[in-house]
Design a protein around this ligand. Structure first.
Ligand SMILES: C[S@@+](CC[C@H](N)C(=O)[O-])C[C@H]1O[C@@H](n2cnc3c(N)ncnc32)[C@H](O)[C@@H]1O
Length: 354
């Protein structure tokens, strides 16, 4: 899985346990329970819910997010032609590299990948359009390429800058692997969360994990967006970001707009229960969330979880010249999982009793 700021990798088990506790209190079976992850990112949480047996819709605004969701949520491991895919991956792995947009932009004008790997990324990316048979296969092959590129990049996990000294992993040859698909049904969507919430059918559980500060995911992960779109946009600045990073904005990245977008989402989303991730480093105040959720869903409980901050904050922040900029801040931030809807306080008691 790719390195992703805000990924809930370490919280998946607890979030799924909350969903299970809610379901147990309503007496529904897992297969009859529908869940929606409206900001699915890496799809870690959506995958946890799918693996636990829920029917999951995974949504994200990012094009690469839709590709990950198609691979890990929409694709059913039991129906995918794995042998065919494995052969295609082997063929792609054997392709000689050639110069293209990735080599020029991310290896010569900047230093995200070693040129030999950049050339292979270009060759494999071009070939995927020819070899992929349908939407799911295309997504699986693109996921495989994104994950392979992520394993040999030279960043701290954000694409706003690259390291001055090549990361040791960047010297490894790029190698595609077969993504580990999940059995079961699900759906991948790419929509603004508020738009989707106003159009979707009712679900039992909606999980909300919006961006919590001004840093745009579109800009932080511009290389994945470009790789998936295959569109060779104008690039600017030392980071060689896509031109549209100047204009593509999510309301959740704006201090002025975020609360309006979030409160409208909470009131609109047709979900019996909400599970909401919250960090004390974001735009929202704990008390404001509690009263909003009480207003919309009645019962509310807050489960404290603590989270290590992303690797950049732990090793320090460096500019492209390799100079340390800024100070290393606190290394843990306070996170909560809010649960809202009938039985929420009982869920908190169940979790405390464990
Ligand atoms: C905190 S991350 C979610 C991380 C995810 N839970 C995980 O474990 O990987 C927030 C996500 O919201 C997406 N996003 C930003 N604005 C959005 C919007 N208006 N509608 C839907 N998704 C949005 C970003 O692309 C990003 O993937």
């Amino acid at each position: 899985m790719i390195k992703y700021i805000g990924s809930k990798r370490t919280l998946v088990t607890r979030i799924v346990a909350v969903a299970d506790a809610l379901r147990a209190r309503t007496g529904a079976t897992k297969h009859a329970t529908t869940a929606c992850d409206l900001f699915s990112g890496t799809t870690r949480v959506a995958q946890g819910l799918k693996q636990a047996g829920y029917f999951v819709t995974a949504n994200d605004l990012a094009t690469y997010g839709e590709v990950l969701a198609t691979t890990y949520i929409e694709a059913d491991a039991k129906r995918v032609r794995k042998r065919v895919l494995a052969e295609k991956i082997a063929r792609l792995n054997a392709l000689p590299g050639h110069d293209g947009y990735v080599t020029r932009t991310f290896c010569e004008q900047s230093r995200y990948f070693q040129p030999a790997n950049g050339r292979r990324i270009d060759a494999i990316r071009d070939a995927i359009e020819e070899v992929a048979d349908g939407r799911v296969e295309r997504a699986v092959l693109l996921t495989s390429l994104m994950e392979a590129a992520d394993r040999v990049d030279s960043t701290t996990g954000l694409q706003m800058a690259y390291l001055k000294q090549w990361a040791p992993r960047s010297f490894n040859p790029l190698t595609l692997r077969m993504p580990e698909l999940n059995a079961g049904r699900g759906r991948a969507v790419r929509q603004d969360a508020n738009t989707l919430a106003s159009q979707m059918d009712e679900v039992d559980i909606a999980y909300l994990d919006p961006p919590y500060n001004q840093h745009s995911y579109h800009a932080n992960y511009h290389i994945w967006e470009t790789l998936v779109r295959h569109d060779a946009p104008e690039a600017y600045g030392i980071a060689r970001k896509r031109e549209d990073c100047r204009t593509v904005k999510s309301p959740f990245n704006s201090r002025v707009k975020a609360w309006g977008a979030f409160s409208s989402l909470v009131r609109t989303v047709p979900a019996k229960h909400l599970i909401v991730s919250f960090s004390d480093e974001g735009f929202f105040a704990f008390e404001d969330i509690v009263s909003l959720l009480e207003d919309s869903h009645g019962e509310v409980a807050a489960i404290p979880v603590s989270h290590k901050r992303y690797v950049g904050a732990r090793i320090g922040i460096y500019n492209p010249r390799g100079e340390k900029v800024g100070k290393v801040g606190k290394l843990r931030n306070n996170e909560f999982i809010f649960v809202a809807g009938k039985g929420a306080r009982g869920v908190l008691r169940d979790m405390q009793a464990e």
